[in-house]
Design a protein. Structure first.
Length: 202
């Protein structure tokens, strides 16, 4: 079962605590903190100090109250990851933060399936794979709408609407900090689709 943001938050907070306990020197920190509270107090960057304080207060609240009443954002999850990265000195890779795609669009899916898929995931475009999971191109709302306007039916296969071969992707072992796109797909072994990275969340 997929974890919700509250469960992810608590896990990432524990990872940060463990990283602090093992660290001796931390960039941008005046001293050697022994806890998240001490790290918060020693941080030189005021924005990070305030964001970490919010995370600590939320975590303490969840320890004594029903956690489902706390709304955790993707931005807070990303912040905890970045703080842990700072403490450990390890660069985060794409595979550390990507979401796996369990059921991508395939070349045998219909235009109707493509439209429903895009609407459900609030995306303007999605990759389309063959039976082995290799990317054959991308499909967009615009392409599917144009295909219908030109006489194709909802039952027509996506590939007949036309797939764009122009798209960008990254490898699971690429550094996350070097990605400057809001949405980018992750492929391995050539063009085999395995996941997605979404930036710009708050």
């Amino acid at each position: 079962m997929q974890k919700n943001n509250t469960e992810k938050f608590l896990e990432k907070y524990k990872k940060l605590e463990a990283a602090i306990a093992e660290a001796s020197m931390i960039p941008g920190v005046k001293g050697s903190p022994g806890s998240v509270y001490e790290l918060e107090d020693m941080l030189e960057n005021e924005e990070n100090k305030n964001r970490l304080r919010v995370c600590r207060i939320m975590r303490n609240y969840m320890q004594h109250n029903a956690p489902e009443f706390v709304a955790i954002t993707d931005g807070q999850l990303d912040f905890l990851d970045r703080m842990t990265e700072t403490v450990t000195g390890r660069k985060r890779l794409v595979k550390d933060n990507m979401k796996r795609i369990q059921k991508p669009l395939t070349i045998n899916d219909s235009i109707q399936t493509g439209l429903e898929y895009l609407a459900k995931r609030s995306r303007d475009w999605m990759p389309v794979v063959d039976k082995d999971g290799y990317v054959q191109g991308i499909v967009t709302y615009k392409v599917l709408g144009t295909a219908l306007a030109q006489g194709l039916t909802l039952r027509t296969k996506i590939v007949k609407a036309g797939l764009s071969k122009e798209y960008e992707s990254v490898s699971p072992d690429d550094e996350l900090s070097k990605i400057d796109k809001d949405i980018i797909y992750v492929v391995e072994s050539g063009k085999k689709l395995i996941g997605i990275i979404c930036h710009g969340n708050s």
